[in-house]
Design a protein around this ligand. Sequence first.
Ligand code: GUN
Ligand code: FE
Length: 412
Amino acid sequence: MIAFEKGYAVCIDGKSRGVFETLPQKYSDLPVIDFGDRLIIPGLVDLHIHAPQYAFRGTGMDLELMDWLNQQAFPEEAKYADLTYAKKAYSIFAEQMKKSATTRVCMFGTQHRPATELLMELMEETGLVSFVGKVNMDREAPDNLREESAEASVQATIAWIESVSQKFQRTKPILTPRFIPSCTDELMQKLREIQMTYELPVQSHLSENQGEIAFVRELRPRNKFYGDAYEEHDLFGRNKENHKEVKTIMAHCVWSEEEEVELMRQNGVFVAHCPASNMNLSSGIAPIRSYLDKGLRVGLGSDVAGGHCESIFRAITDTVQVSKMYWRLVDSSASPITFPEAFYLATKGGGAFFGKVGSFEEGYDFDAIVLEDAVLPYPQELSVLQRLERAVYLSLDLNGIYAKFVEGRQLF
Ligand code: GUN
Ligand code: FE
């Protein structure tokens, strides 16, 4: 990690020109904002969050995945059929996302098209850059949440894509089959066609919980492993027919077997590591050290409300902490993830899904967070890097961000 005690982060037309200890002469005519002694860091990326679950975050945490979905997530998500409720809940969510240290986010909505479009409108107003998914689910859910048929799900998805694709500057649709248990083979096949037509990115869940994996094995006995079910429908990083990339995020990957990991590597699938969720739902610990050693693309996700908090600072420290437990208790050859590595995952790691994002290096989109760590006073001298580590560990982002920039625009 590189840090300057006093320096200049230069931005022109939304792009970073680099960070300098003394301002290069050629930039001397640019307007300057002086943030004094505050910390300036790249914006954080949340690769996986469920907007409709934000309302019940921090409650009902004593269940495993499938029971938690049935008892907590699904009943709440069913409420988003009511646009009045959706507006209340999504307004709170969008406001919190704006205040947070997150500048880029990939999120799930619900199956409901009107509520998902409303969510997109609200996210656009925040100034963040987001991918938002109307969820597809046509089986294994309560009647009030399951879409009527694969065809109904497909028609609603196409209508939604047509409606939102050109509507927003910063808010884009992402194809969102919830996970294999929620989607019939027919639906998955049709989503493949939609993906090819509109060339949308994809987000879903993968190998999160052992009960879930056993269920997928029952539902799809022909597939060699869980990820193979997505791969069969070309929704796993690339299309086998036209060889095009299918930009894909798979959340969790706690229990991915060797072949699955190798396919993710080959196809360039992004792993959204969600350690808080994996602890809360007793899912396990994803072997992130091994994923990094193998060259997988990895970013962090809050996975609210499996995760209880939208703070990506928390996701950073959780990543370090669970990796230490994994090393100590599971695999002594898997060295713990260090703080700089976890910070990288939260910025450039996940940022790569959006392009050149997550750094102040020249040519990257200028996303920045300004932190006032003096709100948590300290008596001693600290280096800039010590101040950053401390700010992250003390979840300073939950105390409020001093200023926020996305693509060079100051949001506040
Ligand atoms: N798998 C399918 N749906 C969900 C969800 O909403 N949260 C989590 N953590 N896993 C899922
Ligand atoms: Fe999730």
